[in-house]
Design a protein around this ligand. Structure first.
Ligand code: PLP
Length: 364
């Protein structure tokens, strides 16, 4: 690996140690062993127990592996509702909208509460139909840098205790400290806030999801046979997966979670806030940058998005000799915004070094 530090919001900076973990995986022949072997079962079991510890997951939640977070969008809609059912989606950027569009594509009656790019939601304005089966929230909209406060997510549960609440945590975990009694399913892929190469999705479901999938099946509905909840659960109980999995990445996730546990999730959360505060102070005082998310209460702490006068390409050309890179804006905002990832893989010292350079650059 080079000495470069990636403040890009996905793929992102690798978590310290990943290069050693990868070597260890190869030394252990994890690229060749059978996924039905006891060795695999140990690797999988260890990953689940490290992740459970990191997230403080209650026993009524189950951990499954998928190909990506996008796959989780489809699995959630397909397993927990049937065509024609109503699903409700909070949308305010590219990723939340894709979740909504997957539901439409699967012929559900998908309803959205759409907020403008860069804005959050007023929960009092959410008009969730009584017959809604699934409510989806992208806790951290990676394209715009808007985060949904956890209390807002919990407020949905108070009024809609019968519905499945699905939360996309791709660019934020393990920062949020969830009250798991208020949500039913959450998912992420590993190339963002977990600091790993892309190629693995993790889908976490509670017993309500398992029961819901079962009652749909009992009523004659057939979910896609690929990665159905029933097949994932049956295999996960044996520390296995229905299809040949990405064993290397399952091992890496286990080691990254272990390293995060050694550091301590509280320390990770504190450092995330410290780095986010430093970055925010800088953006507030910068002559080049301005906050893209105007409402501070809706501003993400893990993906900081700023309007920029200089283009991201110009800024990255300046940062290049110093071995650093930040993210450009998403989609239509490619040149007018920057996105700076504040994930656990980067240290306070690295963030300070980036800010120092950006301050110098402000003067030109
Ligand atoms: C990147 C991202 C996804 C999609 O992840 P893939 O690994 O590309 O499937 C979903 N949701 C959010 C919030 C993301 O940032």
């Amino acid at each position: 690996m080079s000495n470069k530090t990636f403040f890009t919001p996905g793929p992102s900076q690798l978590y310290p140690g990943v290069s050693d973990f990868l070597n260890e995986a190869l030394e252990k022949d994890l690229g060749s062993i059978s996924h039905r072997s006891a060795t695999f079962q140990e690797v999988y079991g260890e990953m689940v127990s490290q992740l459970r510890k990191l997230l403080n997951l209650p026993d009524n939640f189950h951990v499954f592996t998928l190909g990506s977070a996008s796959e989780a969008w489809e699995r959630i809609i397909d397993n927990l509702s049937k065509p024609g059912d109503t699903t409700y989606h909070f949308t305010n950027g590219s990723f939340s909208k894709k979740f909504f569009s997957y539901s439409k594509g699967l012929e559900r009656n998908a309803v959205q509460y759409e907020a403008p790019f860069g804005e959050g939601f007023d929960m009092a304005k959410a008009d969730i139909p009584a017959n809604t089966e699934i409510i989806t929230v992208t806790q951290n909209e990676t394209s715009s840098g808007v985060a949904v406060p956890l209390e807002d997510i919990y407020s949905i549960r108070q009024q809609h205790s019968d519905k499945i609440i699905a939360v996309d945590v791709v660019s934020t975990l393990p920062y949020p400290d969830f009250d798991y009694s208020k949500i039913d399913t959450l998912f992420f892929s590993v190339q963002k806030s977990f600091g790993m190469p892309a190629g693995l999705g993790v889908w976490i479901v509670n017993d309500r999801c398992i029961e819901k999938a079962k009652s749909l099946a009992d009523a004659g509905y057939k979910a896609s046979p690929h990665h159905s909840i029933a097949s994932l659960l049956k295999m996960a109980e044996k520390n296995q997966t229905p299809a040949t999995p990405n064993t290397l990445e399952i091992f890496l996730l286990s080691k990254v979670c272990e390293a995060m546990n050694v550091k301590g999730v509280d320390t990770i959360r504190k450092e995330t806030e410290e780095k986010s505060n430093l970055l925010s102070e800088f953006v507030a005082s910068s002559s080049n940058f301005d906050f893209a998310v105007k409402n501070e209460a809706h501003r993400s702490k893990t993906v900081i998005v700023a309007e920029t006068k200089k283009t991201p390409a110009e800024i990255n050309a300046y940062l290049k000799p110093f071995d650093m890179q930040i993210g450009g804006g998403y989609g239509d905002y490619k040149t007018s915004q920057v996105r700076i990832a504040n994930f656990a893989a980067t240290t306070v010292a690295q963030m300070k070094a980036l800010i120092e350079l950006l301050k110098q650059e402000d003067k030109y």
